[in-house]
Design a protein around this ligand. Structure first.
Ligand SMILES: *Cc1c(COP(=O)(O)O)cnc(C)c1O
Length: 427
């Protein structure tokens, strides 16, 4: 990486006097105080990512439903709740988190292909805003659960628009071959059926075409496909009070240049205006783009292991902390916490940065030029989304602690797991 692309998460993560800082806090000091691996988030980065959306929504009716699964720490959720967001949840556990964080139940939408009857019951009792229904079978079950409680369940149908989000196959969700949503050509039939069910109240339509999307075209295509259906559904006398375009906007991990949220939405609204739908209530469900570049993971170099074919830099963070490389062959930028580690890359040895877990898939970065020594600290960038929320205790490793920085202030928002905690539930 000799090209001088900006550090992911800059300017909130930046070097000052040769030392990496999160806002005004030296991350070296945080690692010394709290140990590693350690997730460090910037509150100003969260605010900036949210503002990038809100700037595009002036004069429009849009509600933002943060996708909890991207990063479900209660302090992060509380920040978004306090800044006007609702939530997109996929389980009873996430429902509980959102409510504990102070979410108003009516701002919560419930997505996911496999909601259980128990989860439906709980969400109905809490009076959430909308169930995003993913199959005809699920619709029947929700109708019966709502009947049991003598209520009507507010629903949207998640439609599969069959557009290619041009992202990694594991995070592409809007193709016919994916398990998500109701096929576009069946949607009208299912809407008519839903409208006739006594314990279902049709509220809207939604889609979510994938994640880490870095171009505008799939969004505009999906919007067109969605609006075609809105037109057809409403022509049958079924009014839709909202149009939910899902999440999926990408972030910079390496040198991607994803659209800026407000620019993307200016184009989306231009398209919606041209078709007469620009003043409707739109909903969005962003996850990664709100938190991904607002976090880094600090890790200590345990050992350097030179080899004939490869040099290994063995660090104390692993696939249980940062699962994306192992799961999706994902790239995360890695630098030293001392700026000199990444100076003059041409003279630096080439390392695979790997964790201690007993799997060959346990790597964090491949072929990285680093000037490092045992005991040095590295920072793994773009670790705010789908990192801690996907972390596990594999190899009976405690999940990392998390710190939220705000200006010169840093506070622990999650303690590192203790060994005692990890064993507690077992006999
Ligand atoms: C995961 C998910 C999101 C958020 O996706 P991002 O790529 O993180 O923005 C939104 N909606 C649904 C239904 C999801 O499953």
């Amino acid at each position: 990486m000799s090209s001088q692309s900006a550090l992911p998460g800059s300017p909130f993560f930046h070097f000052k006097n040769g030392q990496l800082h999160a806002e005004h806090v030296s991350v070296d000091a945080l690692a010394k105080e709290h140990g590693t691996p350690l997730f460090v988030y910037s509150q100003a980065a969260l605010a900036a990512a949210l503002t990038a959306y809100q700037d595009g929504f002036k004069g429009r009716h849009v509600s933002i439903h943060y996708a909890v699964k991207a990063n479900s720490n209660l302090s992060i959720l509380r920040f978004f709740a306090q800044h006007g967001c609702g939530f997109d949840i996929v389980s009873a556990g996430e429902l509980e988190r959102a409510l504990v964080a102070g979410a108003a139940p009516e701002t919560i939408v419930f997505s996911g292909v496999g909601k259980t009857r128990q989860e439906m019951q709980l969400a109905l009792q809490k009076r959430i805003g909308c169930f995003n229904i993913e199959s005809e079978a699920e619709l029947e079950v929700l109708n019966s659960v709502a009947q049991g409680l003598n209520v009507r369940a507010p629903i949207s149908l998640r439609v599969n628009p069959d557009v290619d989000a041009q992202t990694h196959p594991y995070i592409s969700t809007g193709l016919k071959s994916n398990k998500f949503g109701i096929a576009h050509e069946r949607a009208l039939t299912v809407f008519k059926h839903a409208a006739a069910l006594p314990h279902i109240e049709v509220k809207g339509i939604d889609c979510h075409i994938g994640s880490q999307i870095t171009t505008e075209a799939p969004y505009l295509d999906a919007l067109d496909r969605l609006l075609d259906l809105v037109e057809a559904v409403e022509a049958c006398g079924i009014a839709l009070s909202h149009i939910d375009c899902g999440g999926g906007l990408g972030i910079q991990y390496q040198n991607e240049k994803p659209p800026v949220a407000s620019d993307l939405w200016a184009k989306m609204f231009a398209r919606a205006d041209a078709r007469g739908y620009g003043q409707r209530h739109f909903m969005i469900e962003p996850g990664r783009s709100l938190v991904g570049n607002a976090g880094i993971c600090l890790t200590e170099v345990l050992y350097l292991k030179p080899g004939e074919e490869k040099h290994f830099c063995i660090v104390d963070a692993a696939m249980n902390d940062l699962p994306r490389p192992a799961m999706y062959q994902a790239y995360h930028t890695i630098t030293g916490v001392q700026e000199t580690a990444t100076h003059n890359p041409d003279t630096a040895p080439l390392y695979d940065v790997v964790g201690p877990v007993c799997e060959s898939g346990d790597w964090l970065g491949r072929d990285r030029h680093l000037h490092v020594q045992q005991g040095d600290l590295l920072a793994v960038y773009s670790a705010g989304a789908y990192s801690m929320s996907m972390a596990s205790n594999y190899n009976t490793r405690p999940r990392a602690a998390e710190i939220l920085v705000d200006g010169t202030n840093a506070r622990v928002i999650r303690q590192r797991d203790s060994l005692q905690q990890m064993l507690q539930a077992e006999q």
